[in-house]
Design a binder for this molecule. Sequence first.
Ligand code: 4EH
Length: 230
Amino acid sequence: MKIAIMGAMREEIEPILESVGSYTSSDHAGNTFYECRYEGHDLIIAYSKIGKVFSAITASVMIERFGAEKLLFSGVAGGISKELKIGDLVMASALCQHDVDITAFGHPYGFIPEGSVMVDADRSLIDLAKEVARSMGVDVKEGIIATGDQFVASAERKHWIEATFKADALEMEGASVACVCANFGVPFFILRAISDSADGDAGMDFDTFLQSSAKVSARFILEMVKRLGN
Ligand code: 4EH
């Protein structure tokens, strides 16, 4: 099976590239795409750059040009839920765009006509992740991930996102990737390890924990690939 693995930042895919052995690379639409064989699968790996627009481009290219049949996202996130500490894993059950606001027309926050506030992730990939978590002896929380083109470093904004969307974690790419995959009919899975708590300390914590948390997420994603059937 052709499996896409994407991140937003170079740091999020570097631990994956380091683990897969040899690969080839090609440039397209502003990204570099890495291809390799791994555990009986064809992998296509890339980082998009930060935010909803760049991540939507990359996911679209992985599906349309490279023929990805499933897409796994690996990266870091700001924690909202008190259960999520730095280094903990969270997988999205559903994702939303916290920065979409056409409430002036009577729509709820996050809603775009002919779309939906929440996009559900693939149930069988979530179930697979639960099995992988059990066999690795690690904890993965399932929750709502809110996405927006903002690095959230304020308790006030974080609490608004929590109250409005019941979100457990936030980041800047998951919902756009989810939207692309849902519209192409490609099953997707969004995994994040917490790098900060999206409050006043977020900037400093992020710099401290980006690399270590990115590794936690990458390691788990590769275990999932090993368990994916053909
Ligand atoms: O890709 C962006 C990165 C931050 S912006 C979203 N990623 C990390 C997840 C994330 C996040 N998103 C929003 C972790 N913590 C977050 C938070 N709010 N508090 C960035 C980072 N470094 C350099 C430049 N931009």
